[in-house]
Write a protein that binds this ligand. Sequence first.
Ligand code: NAD
Ligand code: TYD
Length: 337
Amino acid sequence: MAKILVTGGAGFIGSNFVRRLLRDTDHDVVNVDALTYAGNLENLSDVEGDGRYSFHKADIAEFASIEPVLRETRPDSIVHFAAESHVDRSVHDASAFVRTNVVGTQILLDVARMHDVGRFVHVSTDEVYGSLGSSGRFTETSPIQPNSPYSASKAGSDFLVRAAHHTHGMDCCITRCSNNYGPYQFPEKLIPLMISNALAGQPLPVYGDGKNVRDWIHVEDHCRAVQLVLENGVAGEVYNIGGNSERENLHVVRKLLELTGQSEDLIRFVKDRPGHDRRYAIDGAKIERELGFVPEWTFEDGMAATVDWYREHGAWVDRVKSGAYRSYYETQYGRLD
Ligand code: NAD
Ligand code: TYD
């Protein structure tokens, strides 16, 4: 049994990871989250009573906020999910991205070293590699060429984690995963936004020509891969994680319309995202060979299960949407008629 500190555990992937650790291991889990617009403790209401689980509201970008949590809880390992995570928000204003993703990661590394934390798993993204043309896939040795303020801030954090390993000998691993979908994803990202709009009979905003490609992975597969890296990853190594499910955005949107029983008339082509990366695709050979990871969810089963989840959790979506989400939505899209 160990004590695992998870940052960003009230967000989408972090909350799925916390639930997984409590279900599948005997570890104690310390959830640290600043509860930004994306942090929602309702995502973990089912584990609140678990004696192995505790929540601490703290900001990783404030030493005086995060340091006492580590001093008090003394974790064996850290899995670092906390971040500003939405590309479109980083286009509007990158400052929070630099603060949390870059400064926050360094402060967390400093505090982890101060308190002799062992393994530090840094959860990053394939977006640090930039954009692909119509062929090829990202490997762990692809050049780091981030194109958005979000991916640039994540690349900065990857370099800081790499430096902590090389300079201070910290036991760090980095994971770089493709686009996630599944339960508890904030409805600003493509899949939950399209599902919630389709279920409400509202227009579906597709950027540009809709032919951008993402490699979709179910959040449960991503969390399983992160757990494998936590347990068996080699210090100093990077592991790409992919879903073997490359799809054009329009294909995804049409599939979701079919699953929600709505008409393609709801599709609206809107102005493209500035600097919009064309294609992401992951070569997952390393994590398969070294840690035995292959994704289990097919895209079709994953989409169907996710639509069912959002259908059954309308109250969750309503509560999320009635908050800060509305004013952000109008800044991003204006009114769609
Ligand atoms: P999310 O936006 O749903 O959750 C982020 C969480 O971090 C929120 O709970 C938020 O409150 C918390 N947080 C933000 N700033 C903080 C701060 N200063 N201190 C403490 N907590 C703070 O994000 P997500 O989609 O769950 O992504 C989690 C991680 O996985 C991120 O690091 C992201 O870069 C990475 N990732 C995401 C995807 C994806 O498709 N969503 C893919 C690959 C990698
Ligand atoms: P997103 O979920 O924001 O993830 P990322 O930009 O990190 O890959 O977007 C996924 C794809 O969907 C991306 O090509 C942008 C596109 N997209 C739309 O077409 N419309 C939307 O409203 C959103 C949010 C995304």
